[in-house]
Design a protein around this ligand. Structure first.
Ligand code: SF4
Length: 320
């Protein structure tokens, strides 16, 4: 039989040539096939924008810009229906994951969080729920609610860490440090053990070098997340980072640098952590740089090729 990249792949959690735990593979194993992730905007703001912990937001965040302020979101049910209808033209929407994506989706009283989650859990086709939030917006009463909810439907909390370096966190105006993040992860594990944790990191943050990004991967690995999303730093128009870029004070990563460091990180992460993302979408009109990020498939292919070239795979350098 002819040896192919797939048949010679040593990585165990795959049924293809991928040498990391893809989100597609996870969906197939967990839900029996692809699920459509439906983005929802529940109309929340963020404590790093409204002044509770900071103003102006993270330096790369475009959420405070006029473009994002002028329209109130449609009712959630309507957003869900519209997105589902659009997606149904491309693929099956039999299984969906309502995803509260905009801003900080637990930055409200527990009663509000409960209302939106109960509504979304009952949507047609919903097989799980996902909420993007911050480590400093997960009070115990909310985690106790998520504990009950996660016993009825899978729940994923998506937490932005971005970097494990406190110096970087200050530089990007993140508004919390690594200790606060690790504390939230520990409390989720204790109070809502069935809730899955997805950690977001960003490569190419201002002032960071390769070793900072690898250290973030090591510290994330030590937290044993269920899922990780690795993003490239996208420079968006009308943001403080966008201005730094225009003034020549910030240089984005090259594609080669991004691929190389991302492969290093995959090697350091636990082998059974699901990789929810390895690039951003980068298609937005607001994107200033890097331009190469618009070709997402090329980036993913380069990552596959680099893993193959090195003969490595996710978790090969992970130490529990
Ligand atoms: S936590 Fe998210 S929404 Fe809030 S300022 Fe940072 S990037 Fe923007």
């Amino acid at each position: 039989m002819k040896t192919t990249q797939a048949s010679s792949n040593p990585y165990p959690h795959t049924d293809s040539n991928k040498r990391y735990y893809t989100y597609d593979y996870y969906m197939k194993k967990t839900f029996g096939g692809k699920c459509a992730k439906i983005p929802l905007d529940a109309g929340f703001t963020c404590p790093n924008i409204d002044g509770r912990c900071g103003t102006g937001g993270c330096i790369y965040c475009s959420s405070g810009s006029a473009a994002h302020r002028e329209t109130a979101p449609l009712p959630l049910r309507e957003q869900y229906r519209l997105h589902r209808e659009q997606l149904s033209q491309k693929w099956s929407v039999e299984r969906c994951i309502p995803y509260f994506q905009a801003h900080t989706n637990t930055y409200a009283p527990v009663s509000t969080v409960k209302t939106i989650c109960e509504e979304a859990a009952a949507y047609k086709g919903a097989v799980a729920l996902s909420l993007a939030t911050r480590a400093d917006c997960l009070e115990d009463e909310k985690l106790l609610y998520f504990d009950g909810l996660s016993r009825r439907i899978p729940v994923v909390l998506e937490l932005g860490l971005q970097s494990a370096s406190d110096e970087t966190a200050r530089r990007i105006n993140r508004g919390h440090d690594f200790a606060a993040f690790a504390d939230a992860v520990a409390r989720i594990r204790r109070l809502s053990p069935k809730v899955q944790i997805c950690i977001h990191v960003i490569n190419g943050l201002p002032g960071e070098g390769r070793e900072d990004m690898l250290e973030t991967a090591r510290r994330v690995a030590a937290l044993r997340p269920d899922q990780v999303k690795i993003h490239l730093m996208h420079v968006l128009r009308d943001t403080p980072l966008g201005r730094m870029y225009e003034e020549g004070k910030y240089t984005p990563m090259t594609r080669e640098e991004y691929v190389s460091v991302t492969v290093d990180q995959l090697e350091l992460l636990p082998p059974d952590t699901v990789i929810g993302r390895l690039t951003g979408d980068g298609l937005s009109d607001e994107l200033l740089a890097p331009d190469w990020s618009r070709k997402k498939t090329v980036v993913l292919n380069e990552i596959d090729k680099e893993l193959y070239r090195r003969g490595t795979y996710q978790g090969i350098r992970y130490t529990p």
